[in-house]
Design a protein around this ligand. Structure first.
Ligand code: FAD
Ligand code: FES
Length: 500
């Protein structure tokens, strides 16, 4: 993906080399986002020898594209979660996510990580033309799980003086990559080894242990934790219970103090989210995100950024220039909680996936949970996040999300987007029909055309071109491929098949 986020100027474990032959350890952690690095931290604290391995640079995945709200209440609304999970499990969800925010606060303090961490208020406000009863329903649901909340009228955004609002105290935010750079340093002090630019091809259970296979060697470990955001060890069990959504962020410059430092998000569907990040010389940044859609189902990034900017300037006329624009992907699960714990059908392989737009808190909480389970402990959160759970009350969401795959497969019989490769402009990608086959064709800056099968190498879904990020998106389970067919995002582990 070509866009660059506000965070990406910070390198995490920049000295990490690629794997150079075979290695051994107690636990192999695959994936070095917030979920993987937090897991390495928790396990190394418990005295385990840990290797972290990543397909790309350390912490170069979706964590580098976040907007960094640390908000423990369900971002799809506690009232919605309670309809599916009931009050007891929803309360546990809130407590576990709040424990993750506490853990980040504790780690940045004890390890001396300078990452702009701060506690602040969060405001959920009635969206444009939205009814206020959502706020009342949410107030009841939030009180039921025991979280602090105050009902107000008005937030300090233009035209929102009479909006109905819930104020949540003690939310938090931070610079995610400054935080992970510090976590990686703390891990390195405890002898955690990092291998970057080494794609994992397979994770196998053999002879009472795990073998992590790569083209550069293998790692033998007692356990493996798969923290690749979208799981590479599952074909269907987990993937059929979640769906990928693309979300967009615009960063603006703003004079320090022009907007109270808080988290703001509205009740629209999809919702807008707003937060501040300290800059330099009296200038800060405001991040405004939203405009989510199911991955691959729209290729209109510029229009979405325009509409985000229009919304933001309407609410905050003091905003200055746009400094960054980026997008990323989140995995929404059918019952709003992630899948963390033993991989269904495995003995020694654990997963952390299904971030549901709260991937930062899920990542840190999942690290605590998986570290407890791997070291033989028990956790009261295990049932809530059990990867093999079958949430019957979420059946409606299951049917809705899985209809994407059926709709997608029907695309194989549709005509191509353009009639011939000659019509491709440099820098453009498009699907072309070639007899019975569909080809993902991309013309590079020099006009050389790269042709690949349009079938995703995970389970064969039909890919869609993303012209803002210059990549191929898979609408089914979130794989992303570069214009030359290389894997950019799991669950796929192999590149697109070239077509001559
Ligand atoms: C725009 C945006 C805004 C967001 N806002 C928030 C927010 O405000 N609050 C919040 O809590 N969450 C938010 N999220 C979600 C959150 O940022 C992510 O869910 C979270 O960072 C994901 O962390 P992760 O460790 O699971 O995945 P990643 O950070 O994606 O890490 C996974 C790693 O696995 C590696 N990997 C994949 N396949 C392989 C392989 N085969 N071999 C080796 N390595 C592999 C990848 O290279 C990657 O580095 C947002 C996300 C986006 C995109
Ligand atoms: S990600 Fe599963 S088919 Fe593409």
């Amino acid at each position: 993906m070509t866009s660059k986020s506000l965070w990406m100027s910070i390198a995490v474990a920049p000295g990490a080399i690629s794997l150079q032959g075979d290695e051994r350890c107690d636990v192999a952690v695959i994936g070095s986002g917030i979920a993987g690095l937090s897991t390495a931290y928790e396990l190394s604290q418990r005295g385990r020898s840990v290797i972290v391995i990543d397909r790309g640079p350390i912490a170069g995945g979706m964590t580098a594209r976040t907007s960094a709200h640390l908000a423990p209440l369900c971002d799809d609304l506690m009232s919605e979660m309670q309809k599916i999970k009931g009050e007891k499990l929803s309360k546990l969800f809130y407590e576990s996510q709040a424990a993750a925010v506490d853990r980040i606060e504790e780690i940045q303090k004890s390890e001396g990580i300078d990452c702009d961490f701060r506690r602040l208020d969060g405001y959920l406000f009635q969206g444009d033309d939205m009814p206020s009863d959502v706020i009342d329903e949410e107030l009841d649901a939030v009180r039921a799980v025991g979280a602090s909340v105050e009902r107000l009228v008005g937030v300090p955004l233009t035209g929102c003086d009479s909006r109905h609002v819930l104020r949540y105290p003690r939310q938090a935010t931070f610079h995610p990559l400054k935080y992970l750079a510090g976590v990686a340093e703390a891990c390195a002090k405890r002898k955690v080894r990092f291998f970057a630019n080494t794609p994992v091809e397979e994770v196998l259970e053999e002879d009472g242990a795990v073998t992590v296979k790569t083209a550069r060697g293998k790692i033998r470990a007692g356990h493996a934790i798969v923290a690749t955001n979208s799981s590479i060890v599952d074909r269907i069990a987990l993937h059929s219970k979640m769906s990928p959504y693309r979300t967009y962020v615009v960063a603006f410059a703003i004079d320090r103090g022009a907007l109270p430092d808080a988290l703001y998000w509205d009740t629209e569907e999809p919702y807008h989210y707003v937060r501040l990040q300290p800059g330099e010389d009296g200038k800060d940044f405001v991040l405004v995100g939203g405009e989510d859609h199911k991955s691959g189902e729209a290729d209109d990034g510029d229009k979405r950024f325009q509409s985000l900017e229009q919304w933001a300037r309407g609410k905050m006329p003091m905003l200055k220039d746009v400094t960054h624009r980026w997008s990323g992907q989140v995995l929404d699960t059918i019952d709003y909680a992630g899948f963390i714990g033993k991989n269904p059908g495995s003995k020694y392989i654990y997963v952390a996936t299904g971030d549901s737009g709260q991937g930062l808190t899920h990542g840190v909480m999942g690290a605590m949970l998986n570290a407890t389970l791997v070291t033989g402990g028990e956790s009261k959160w295990a049932e809530l996040y059990a990867p093999d759970r079958k949430p019957l009350k979420a059946a409606k969401n299951w049917v809705m999300e899985n209809s994407t795959a059926l709709k997608n497969l029907a695309e194989y019989v549709a005509p191509g987007e353009i009639s011939s490769i000659d019509k491709l402009e440099p820098g453009q990608g498009a699907i072309i029909r070639d007899g019975l086959k569909k080809i993902a064709a991309y013309s590079d800056a020099k006009g050389d055309v790269h042709r690949h099968s349009a079938a995703c190498t995970h389970l064969g879904c039909h890919l869609h071109w993303n012209s803002f990020e210059n990549c191929w998106d898979c609408p089914c389970h979130g794989s992303i491929f570069g214009p030359e067919g290389e894997v950019l995002n799991a669950p796929a582990t192999s590149g697109l098949t070239p077509v001559s």
